[in-house]
Design a protein. Sequence first.
Length: 273
Amino acid sequence: MRTAIGTRENMRVLEEFESGGLRVEVLEYEKLCGLTAPSMAQAVYFMEQQHIRARQIALYLTDEKVTVNRGAMSYFQGNLQMVSGVTVGNALGRMLRGAVTGESMSQPEYTGTGLLVLEPSLKHFLVLELAPGERVIVDDGMFFCAQGSVSVRAAAQRTVSSAALGGESLFQTELTGPGIIILESAVPMSEIDVIDLANDTLRVDGNFAVLRSANLDFTVERSAKTLIGSAVSGEGLVNVYRGTGQVWLAPTLKVYDNLTAALCPPPPVSKKD
């Protein structure tokens, strides 16, 4: 089934992926043409010069199923049915995880044949296909959509200290293949360093690892063997990944955080009399 969504004059198809009964199109709006305020037009003009454009995901299903992040659906067409994904068997577990993580208890599932279009975003979409049994853990808020053959669950950190000191949540999203997964990222793939570990150790100063193989051991440790060494290096604690697998790092996240803090400071707190 194919529609004209990817053939609008102001829209182009950035990437296409296909697996089983699922075809994915990553779409990009060339321009936002519905602006009415001059100040908004000025802001959008400079955004476009920096290639900050609205993007959207179109999913073409043929007797297929997809799991979508709650609130991500824009519209769907054809013989598709939506269910909440909550059953009697998993309702209690999802409720408890939701109370701890703040994640939605239900992640809608769409099944059948038709077109499903997800909400546009100014962020970037990363699309990858997991092999059978391949497990990855993604950063909070990145999960956007997955093929029905992919298992989506909340995975607990092995230790509370790793979560607290490493700047990570106690629970993160674990995805198990096979199938396509779509992640919503603050940075494009061109700004992500994919680090391959083969029975090796990776130490990272900060929590800008956006994805890692689930079999890797994750801990938080001093940057040096001694407290004095850590103090001299100026690094203190670092996130440590050990084993065989991949870690995806987004170093430029720190740059954007610093720019946001400098250019968009929080409003002053008013003092009460």
